[in-house]
Design a protein around this ligand. Structure first.
Ligand code: ATP
Length: 348
């Protein structure tokens, strides 16, 4: 069992607080992605879990044992860094077996383990090659294989696919996820790429300014963002927002129309929110003046002006739409979300 518990972890660098009171439990064998923009504290949290950094306050527990006083090597963790340092003058076999040799394991055990993980990562045919001769993608697999060979309870990865081209990234995404599920490892994976996060994670922790704003399954984060930040960070293009004022209990004025919404919140304005893909042209709906039309192959991305605000719709690619035109766009009622502009949190 390798459940990871991060209990009230706080980290300051001098006067700067990089992490505020982080509380997060990662289940045994879970694939948890830490997602957030540059500087939000993802790497710092990862380094605290593995012991390369010490928390200013708080505790780290792995498999029911407190580990924050243990050296990194005694935590049962393997780590794959962004710049996946494989040794170019060693063969792939020697690279993958490096940690095992350091542990002074017998030759036959080293061979068995190296061959098994090389098989998992589809690099068994490269074992005799020097790592310096490999492509970026192949070196990446070697770095992951080396981490898996240690048979760690926990694997931490910091943007491990960031140096690969788009196609290879997509291939490696699916492969890595499969391999980790097979090896029953608990994984914490740092990325700022939301597509990577959505496609790989069992759960995503969305981070912002040193806090976890929401930790939930990818579909939950996408459909039910807990705060405006999540709604605008996840999804490309992001969610649309419009000002809403009360029109009586459970009714809201949005861009000149009355729409059903939250009850009992009548005394203050709210933000109405809808994803660009949850909007359809209709006979009744929001009046949208078209600014930009971008054919994206599978869809048509239309940027409009609604109530003086930027508003995007992802429409059927067969639609004929021209800039300057006025469209009537109907938001799908069950996909409308509401946020409190004061707290920026979702309102049910
Ligand atoms: P990126 O995606 O760019 O790697 P990140 O989310 O991983 O970003 P961190 O590297 O965790 O961000 O950094 C979080 C904040 O803490 C940043 O503002 C960074 O400048 C600051 N920080 C990190 N390490 C140190 C340090 N050793 N000394 C001072 N400030 C630091």
């Amino acid at each position: 069992m390798a459940e990871i518990q991060i209990k009230n972890v706080q980290k300051s660098f001098g006067a700067y607080t990089a992490l505020h009171d982080i509380d997060l439990t990662i289940a045994d064998q879970e694939f948890m992605v830490l997602l957030g923009a540059s500087g939000c504290g993802k790497t710092t949290l990862l380094r605290i879990i593995c012991g390369l950094e010490t928390a200013t306050e708080g505790e780290i527990w792995i498999g029911g044992k407190r580990v924050d006083h243990l050296a990194p090597k005694d935590r049962g963790i393997a780590m794959v860094f962004q710049n996946y340092a494989v040794f170019p003058h060693l063969t792939v076999f020697e690279n993958i077996g490096f940690g095992l040799r350091m542990q002074k394991l017998p030759d036959d055990v080293v061979r068995q383990r190296v061959e098994r993980v090389a098989g998992l990562m589809h690099i068994e045919m490269l074992l005799k090659r020097y790592s310096g001769e490999l492509s970026g993608g192949q070196r990446q697999r070697v770095a992951v294989a080396r981490a898996l060979a240690m048979e760690p309870d926990v694997i931490l990865m910091d943007e491990p696919l960031s140096n690969l081209d788009a196609l290879l990234r997509m291939e490696m995404r699916a492969e890595l996820k499969g391999v980790l599920a097979e090896s029953k490892t608990t994984a914490v994976y740092v990325t700022h790429d939301q597509v990577e996060a959505m496609s790989m994670a069992d759960r995503i922790s969305v981070m912002h300014s040193g806090e976890i704003v929401q930790a939930a399954t990818p579909i939950e984060v996408y459909r039910n963002p807990a705060a405006e930040f999540v709604a605008s960070f996840i999804g490309n293009p992001p969610m649309n927002f419009l000002d809403a004022t009360s029109a009586g209990d459970g009714k809201w004025n949005v861009a000149g129309r009355v729409i059903d919404g939250p009850k009992g919140a009548a005394n203050r304005p709210l933000q109405f929110a809808i994803r660009p893909e949850d909007i359809q042209p209709a006979t009744e709906g929001l009046e949208a003046r078209v600014r930009i039309v971008e054919p994206l192959g599978a869809h048509l991305l239309v940027t409009c002006d609604v109530d003086g605000k930027l508003f995007r719709a992802v429409l059927d690619s067969d639609m004929v739409v021209k800039p300057g035109e006025t469209l009537t766009l109907a938001p799908q009622p069950d996909r409308i979300r509401w946020f409190d502009p004061e707290t920026t949190k979702a309102v049910a």
